[in-house]
Design a binder for this molecule. Structure first.
Ligand code: USQ
Length: 383
């Protein structure tokens, strides 16, 4: 398979590129280092800052004999992306190239504008590049479970059949996102659905929950093949943050009542899900939506688990309840379907005590680099 991976420098993009290259596929990854730049600008530099793409690709090649092509550029720039798609002729285009932080998207006008322009701009360029130059290419798009929000009914896998005044039809499941970032993903889905309907593109939209972890089979080959690992309030996701806070001796920052429930998955399972989607493409003219997570728990349940496992390792972990900087339901019904990827063969890696222990021990090796100024929330939805 020929895979073009947009956003190849990111938390998910880099391990995905290595996974496919290790499996013998031809991989080209694209990035403009936007995430690294925003991390620097917002004092949100990661705990583990990986080498440049060129350096990592060279090291990966030396260790495995597998080559990965690197293209540095802005995927929202249509001329750049379309000439790349025309030349590379991908079978699969994996689209991760988005500003992925909900807090960043709520920081100020400039950050909101950048999120909107980048995320929609890349999706639009990718759609057009594929439509014009590789129309049978399968687009695998990273969406988010946050597109659905937390409705008071069961969340279906993408679609819902509605009976209204005696007639029935099937629609995209209603979406009500809780941040501008999540809203750009809703808009992405609508754009993709429009071009699937009108131009017969083939698309899989993966509705992913928060991801945690730092290990995949390939990152284990050498510490320098690591992926970016944020623990700050802007780019760090909650599991990675709690693990780092536990190691730093800072009370775990539970926002509000802590009843916020999400569907989570291990980084290894993101890679697995994307590979399953790529290996069984959507049909031409199909928008396939898959809910991508393996288990659900509340913020309180997560905090208690990290606290218990951390204390068993001799850390003195405490939990603190903070005023919620976000606008979200803190107690709610949550029952999303997620059978599609399991049916494709997903073998989940759950957040067991062993997995939490391994994360804590890995972060303990970087304890000196933790900057306590990056922990407390700096972005507030309501202000
Ligand atoms: N939370 C805390 N304390 C913290 C950090 C977060 O209580 O210190 C809470 C949040 O308020 C939220 C939940 O934990 O209710 C999850 O927050 P998060 O920061 O881990 O996840 P989120 O902002 O929703 O975004 C992350 C990724 C995003 C992805 C999304 C999937 O950054 O790219 O799309 O997870 S989902 O949450 O399912 O929409």
């Amino acid at each position: 398979m020929r895979l073009l991976i947009l956003g190849g420098d990111g938390y998910l993009g880099w391990p995905t590129a290595m996974h496919f290259a290790a499996g013998g596929h031809e991989v080209c990854l694209v990035d403009n280092y936007l995430r690294r730049r925003i991390c620097l600008e917002t004092n949100s530099e990661p705990l583990i800052n990986p080498p440049s793409l060129h350096d990592r690709v060279a090291l990966f090649g030396a260790l495995t004999g597998r080559q990965i092509e690197v293209a540095i550029g802005d995927c929202a720039d249509y001329e750049f992306l379309s000439s790349l798609v025309q030349r590379f002729q991908p079978d699969t285009l994996v689209h991760y190239a988005e500003q992925p932080s909900a807090p960043y998207s709520m920081l100020d006008y400039q950050a909101a504008r950048l999120t909107l322009d980048n995320n929609l701009g890349v999706t639009f360029s990718a759609i057009w590049a594929v439509k014009e130059h590789a129309p049978s290419c399968h687009i695998v798009k990273l969406g988010t479970m946050g597109e659905y929000g937390t409705p008071n009914i069961d969340i279906e896998e993408g679609w819902i059949s509605i009976e209204h005044k005696g007639r029935q039809d099937t629609f995209l499941f209603p979406r009500q996102a809780g941040s501008l970032y999540h809203t750009t993903k809703v808009l992405d889905t609508d754009l993709l659905w429009f071009y699937v309907r009108t131009h017969g593109l083939r698309v899989t939209d993966l509705m992913q929950g928060p991801v945690y972890g730092l290990r995949t089979a390939e990152t284990n080959l050498d510490p320098r093949l690591t992926t970016i690992f944020n623990y700050d309030d802007i780019f760090g996701t909650v599991v990675n943050r709690f693990v780092t806070q536990a190691v730093a001796g800072i009370p775990l920052t539970v926002y509000g009542k802590g009843g916020q429930t999400r569907g989570y998955l291990n980084l290894k399972d993101t890679i697995q899900c994307v590979a399953l989607a790529a290996n069984t493409p959507a049909d031409q003219g199909q928008l396939r939506v898959l809910n991508q997570f393996t288990e659900s728990f509340s913020v309180n349940q997560l905090a208690e688990r990290i606290c218990r496992v951390g204390n068993s390792l001799g850390l003195e972990v405490k939990i603190e309840t903070l005023e919620n900087p976000r606008k979200e339901l803190e107690e709610h019904y949550y029952n999303p379907a997620h059978s599609g990827l399991l049916a494709l063969g997903l073998q989940p890696h759950y957040l067991t005590d062993e997995v939490a222990t391994d994360m804590l021990q890995t972060v303990m090796r970087h304890r000196e680099a933790i900057d306590p100024r990056k922990i407390q929330p700096r972005v507030f939805w309501k202000r």
